[in-house]
Design a binder for this molecule. Structure first.
Ligand code: FES
Length: 85
């Protein structure tokens, strides 16, 4: 939770991603799902929709709406996330 916003953080090698932690299909935590590294997607554990870590767009049904993504970067081993810009 960052500034009241539920965010899932994903690190793939030296790339970091910050994506809304609530599935757009139901109120389910995406951070409990599986990361698809090659596809750069996060899979919802409940019904299997996957979301792009790049732009939050759904890549598989049943979800049809995107989830928000946020700017994230690695700085001295820490992850910086920008919320609300
Ligand atoms: S709750 Fe995430 S796909 Fe249904």
């Amino acid at each position: 939770m960052l500034d009241g916003t539920r965010v899932a953080l994903v690190r793939i090698d030296d790339d970091v991603y910050a994506i809304g932690d609530v599935c757009s299909h139901q109120d389910v935590s995406l951070s409990e799902g599986e990361v698809l590294c090659d596809e750069r997607e996060l899979e919802c554990w409940k019904h299997g929709s996957t979301f792009s870590l790049i732009d939050g767009s759904p890549q598989a049904l049943p979800a049809t709406k995107p989830v928000p993504v946020y700017g994230a970067r690695l700085v001295d081993g820490q992850i910086e996330v920008v919320i609300g810009e």
